[in-house]
Design a protein. Structure first.
Length: 485
């Protein structure tokens, strides 16, 4: 009978299976966003399979597994003792993770002490840290997409701040320790005492979405809201249908911010009205996250993704939908890769990262969990999107864009609505089906959109000159939000 237990293999958390007789041919843990292959031991009388609860993706470091459920897959080979271990193993605290086995699935979660992993425990930490005690620290608390990754404008600001003011402490909010944080930064897991303390004591918070849970800005604290894209779709107070509770929440959230960053004057006008962010500073400096699009040729990212030199790369990056959890299913990526003779990168929105799972197929690479979208934009030869703000970033490169919008009427008329007419404005083909998309990618000459493309860039990318992070960090330091030394 197969037995299971959790162990520490050196300093690494691991799940160990053991049995009698010949060992199986292969053992794997398979999750939605990661998988692990076991190290096998045994010479015929007994066997062991050790599955580290860590993984590396795209050449990055070994990090604890992402939160989620993992299926145990066993290729028995010549073994006859390879049934699933039926014993339930309760939640166990291990280096970097908490894990449990329920007899059918392995459950992995963030390493938050069980004493705090409850409503009462979090309420106690809120009372202790939300209002803050003691002096503020010369530190920045970064959070990107609710801690699901370390990316976007906060990442670019982190890198520039580390360059010019290395004495500043940099904390990164993460959902778990599978999130890679920049060199020299300190990861703090959401909901842990360290997370509450860092958020409550850092002099500056740099975020790209709403501040979650209770947050009361202390005297001397500043919040820089970078947001995460120039808007096409209606936001906040502008969303269809008036909801009093939503309106109150929007105004309350915006009052937490001291400064708002905008990519361009158009975005500044929209965001200040959508969030009632009136008579407060708006920095129109371009987007720091786009600086790399002026310097990165994408070759390193292609190599990390296993893409050969000379391959055409098409990035499919749709936005999320308010009425579904996972990425839209408007594209068969394997068929698209075959029909346009390209590697297709599939990039789901950050909101689809946790509930979704990786797309698979020949010449298909799911990059939803890839740390930095900007690097993917640099690596792509063409972008396929719909209503995502990624269109305003990719245009920095001048490379072709295609807009697949099968649900245009539903999205525009019921889900969100737009600030301008998509069909009339975008600098690329607008298509409704995958067949139309394939024809556009193979037959349409991008040069016919050159004039429209230049108008687009003059409106949306005038400040995306590769030095946005430099300007933003200079303002942070010049205005005394942080001390350089």
């Amino acid at each position: 009978m197969t037995e299971a237990r959790f162990i520490e293999d050196g300093e690494v958390a691991a799940f160990e299976l053991s049995g009698t007789g010949p060992r199986p041919a292969a053992v794997e843990l398979v999750g939605r966003r990661a998988r692990v292959t076991a190290r096998l031991h045994g010479r015929g009388r007994t066997w062991r399979a050790v599955l580290p609860l860590r993984a590396s993706r795209w050449g990055g470091p070994d990090l604890p597994l992402p939160t989620g459920e993992y299926r145990l897959w066993i290729d028995a080979g010549e073994a006859d003792d390879t049934g699933l271990p039926g014993t339930t193993i309760g939640t166990t605290q291990l280096p970097g993770v908490r894990a449990s086995w329920d007899g059918a699935r392995l459950h992995v979660g963030p390493p938050v002490d069980p004493a705090y992993d409850s409503g009462e425990g979090q309420a106690a930490l809120e009372r202790r840290y939300a209002t803050g005690r003691g002096p503020l620290e010369n530190a920045v608390f970064f959070e990107s997409f609710y801690g699901r990754n370390a990316s976007c404008n906060p990442l670019a600001i982190d890198r520039e701040l580390a360059r010019v003011a290395p004495a500043v402490t940099r904390y990164w909010s993460v959902v778990d320790l599978s999130v890679e944080v920049p060199a020299g930064a300190i990861a703090v897991v959401e909901g842990s005492p360290e997370w509450w303390r860092a958020r409550g004591s850092s002099r500056l918070l740099v975020v790209n979405d709403w501040l979650r849970r209770r947050f009361a800005r202390r005297p001397g604290q500043r919040v820089l809201q970078t947001w995460h894209g120039t808007p096409l779709k209606r936001l906040a107070l502008h969303r269809p249908g008036f909801d009093p509770r939503r309106a109150v929440a929007v105004v309350r959230e915006a009052r937490r911010w001291n400064v708002l960053l905008a990519q361009n004057p158009y975005a500044a006008r929209i965001l200040t009205k959508a969030y009632a962010f009136l008579r407060r500073p708006v920095w129109v400096e371009g987007y720091p996250r786009n600086d790399v699009l002026r310097t990165d040729d994408g070759r390193a990212t292609r190599a990390a993704l296993g893409i050969a030199d000379g391959e055409r790369v098409v990035l499919y990056a749709p936005t999320w939908r308010d009425d579904r959890e996972r990425i839209v299913d408007f594209v068969d990526p394997a068929a698209l890769a075959r029909d346009v003779d390209a590697v297709v990168l599939v990039r789901g929105h950050s909101r689809t990262l946790l509930p979704g799972e990786d797309a698979r197929g020949p010449r298909v690479v799911d990059v939803t969990g890839f740390p930095d979208t900007a690097r993917l934009l640099a690596a792509a030869d063409a972008l396929v999107t719909d209503y995502s703000s990624v269109m305003f970033d990719f245009s920095v490169t001048g490379k072709p864009m295609y807009f697949l919008v099968p649900d245009l009427e539903h999205y525009r008329g019921e889900l969100r609505g737009f600030y301008f007419d998509l069909v009339d404005a975008v600098p690329g083909p607008v298509v409704r089906t995958q067949d139309e998309l394939t024809r556009a990618l193979t037959e349409v000459d991008p040069a016919i959109f050159a004039e429209r493309y230049e108008r687009w860039r003059s409106v949306f990318n005038a400040r995306d000159d590769g030095r946005a992070a430099e300007r933003v960090v200079a303002r942070i330091l010049d205005q005394g939000f942080l001390d350089r030394d």
